[in-house]
Design a protein. Structure first.
Length: 378
């Protein structure tokens, strides 16, 4: 079968490593049981790709929904954080068993990886996770990955598996991410409300117009990610050099259908940043913030480092080497980078030229607040 042009970017010959994300609403039925027949279809698709030489990792939701049914918890296990943690701990066993059994029936070996936000935000732990993924994939194993919801808190968690899939793609060095969804892509408007809405087949830049088309109302009853989270996932994937596709998972063999028809929205990557900068671009948290003036914004976009003279305010508690956000006068995120100063010293030199820094700090100053080698534009 010849792949459609858009889908061809995700074909085994063009994409050595692929991340496939599956949401709760596709994998678990309203009664809280696994849709085994549908799951067998997607496993068959994965097996076909694996036999063609593609290395695949799966980011699978569903643990909370499954556990909630088994424990008889209200609101799908999401009434409280404690309920969600208990449901996840219970449901993950059944979810992993189903994946291992069905992949095994196709001659494939499954592995489980449960990660937290901190595992991918901390640089050392991120590299450890990347090494594990690389080894599993090189051995032909199919990693099945989920957020470790049994220990995650509301304050420190991904919150949706769309962004997790994009971060896993960065860690694995994947060339593509496919998000299986209850909608078949990004539309010009919410198709459930506007009959004139049309599907956008390709996006090269996520600008203000594209963001306006995202509609949080697309979220399903059991899942946690709507179109807004999918756009954020696309931004993270593009920063890491991976294409990302949003396609419908409602068909029996969704990956095969995508190969044949190409129906969906493909966010095209123009090539990734160096590994450390891609990791920075994909982070979801920061230790602090520096607000800069319009002149500094322009300089950053031309490839300059962030100098103290262009900064106007410092917020948060951070140390040298911590990740900080850089925002413009309106509060919009411009860049992210590793601070060359702790928050106290950064605040002392804000707005001052370098020749005044030694007197303000009492020691020889560094060249920049954030050096361009450790800075990425957002």
């Amino acid at each position: 079968m010849v792949a459609h042009l858009g889908a061809g970017r995700f074909a085994p010959g063009a994409c050595q490593r692929l991340i496939v994300k599956i949401g709760s609403s596709l994998l678990v039925d309203p009664a809280g049981t696994i849709r085994r027949e549908w799951l067998a279809g997607i496993v068959a698709d994965i097996a076909d790709r694996s036999r063609a030489g593609q290395q695949i990792a799966i980011v699978s939701s569903g643990a909370i929904a499954l556990g909630a049914r088994r424990l008889g918890l209200p609101k799908g296990g999401r009434a409280t954080l404690e309920d969600a943690q208990a449901a996840a701990a219970t449901g993950q066993i059944g979810l992993s068993h189903a994946w291992a059994e069905l992949l095994g029936s196709q001659g494939l070996t499954a592995a489980q990886m449960l990660v937290t936000l901190g595992d991918l935000e901390d640089r050392r732990r991120y590299l450890n996770a990347a090494a594990t993924l690389d080894r599993l994939l090189s051995l032909g194993v199919i990693p099945v990955i989920n957020e470790n919801d049994s220990v995650a808190t509301e304050e420190i968690r991904f919150g949706d598996n769309d962004r997790l899939a994009a971060r896993i793609a960065q860690a694995a060095g994947a060339g593509g991410v496919i998000l299986l969804s209850d909608v078949d892509g990004l539309y010009t408007a919410n198709p459930g409300r506007d009959p004139t809405a049309t599907l956008i087949p390709e996006v090269t830049e996520i600008d203000a117009n594209i963001r306006q088309m995202a509609d949080a109302g697309s979220v399903s009853g059991m899942g946690s990610g709507g179109m807004i989270s999918k756009l954020e996932a696309a931004r993270i994937a593009q920063a890491g050099g991976a294409h990302l596709a949003i396609i419908s998972g409602k068909t029996a063999h969704p990956l095969a259908a995508f190969t044949e028809t190409g129906r969906g929205t493909v966010f095209v990557s123009r090539g990734g940043a160096p590994a450390r900068k891609a990791w920075l671009a994909g982070r979801l948290t920061a230790h602090g913030k520096v607000t800069v003036d319009a002149g500094a914004v322009a300089a950053l976009r031309q490839g300059s480092s962030l100098l103290a003279a262009g900064a106007v305010a410092v917020d948060g508690r951070f140390s040298r080497g911590d990740v900080i956000e850089i925002t413009d006068p309106a509060g919009l995120k411009v860049a992210r980078g590793l601070s060359e100063y702790d928050a106290v010293d950064a605040a002392r030199i804000v707005g001052h030229r370098r020749d005044a820094h030694a007197a303000l700090l009492g020691y020889a100053p560094r060249a920049a607040l954030v050096h361009r080698d450790h800075l990425v534009l957002l």
